[in-house]
Design a protein around this ligand. Structure first.
Ligand code: MN
Length: 204
């Protein structure tokens, strides 16, 4: 996430239909080409009218948003966070299963078993009231499950996000209606453990 203004909505590394039948093509298309695009566009608009901020990377913008006046800092946090979170989410999925021997051992050590980790992540994701995300993060060499509201990100100055699960209704409503738990069960089939493994190895 080291790119700068003007931000670009990169194409996905897989087709919109590639995650079928778990996540449907229309949801993927709208989620990437409309929802994420809107965060990109609004972030660029904000930076266009605040040229002093154009030198910062995406993660730097998120970090400094907390020290700006609310009229600027809040929309900056929301839109830069929306870009960061969606990139993490989309880059964290892939059509077929993938291996992650190092991460899976670490998850088994930390959460007793990989199945238990999945159940804990699912329960965290179900606990998000309204819109937000569930995360696996690495902090001080420990793996932790956390949640964030709206487009808040984990504290990127203190931790490295490893896995990102979007539980905004737009991520699942067309196929799973209001049944978030069924969407989460499907999402586990398309999680990119190789992407998660790479993030974990970079963190530790
Ligand atoms: Mn989303």
């Amino acid at each position: 996430m080291n790119d700068r203004y003007p931000f670009v909505n990169y194409p996905l590394q897989y087709s919109y239909s590639a995650l079928e039948p778990y996540i449907d093509e229309k949801t993927m298309c709208l989620h990437h080409s409309r929802h994420l695009q809107t965060y990109i566009d609004n972030l660029n608009k904000l930076l266009k009218s605040n040229p002093k901020l154009q030198k910062y990377t995406l993660t730097e913008l998120i970090a400094i948003s907390h020290s700006l006046i609310p009229a600027l800092g809040i929309p900056l946090k929301n839109n830069a966070g929306g870009v960061y979170n969606h990139r993490m989410f989309f880059e964290g999925m892939q059509p077929a299963g993938s291996g992650s021997p190092v991460l899976q051992k670490a998850l088994s050590d930390q959460f007793k078993s990989y199945d238990n980790f999945m159940e804990m992540l699912k329960q965290a994701a179900l606990s998000v009231f309204g819109s937000g995300y569930a995360w696996l993060i690495s902090e001080n060499q420990n793996l932790k499950i956390i949640t964030t509201a709206n487009q808040d990100t984990p504290d990127l100055t203190r931790c490295t996000p490893i896995i990102c699960l979007d539980v905004w209704e737009h991520a699942y409503y067309l196929k799973h209606y209001n049944v978030r738990s069924s969407y989460i069960d499907d999402w586990f089939n398309v999680i990119s453990l190789s992407a998660a493994e790479q993030r974990y190895l970079n963190a530790v």
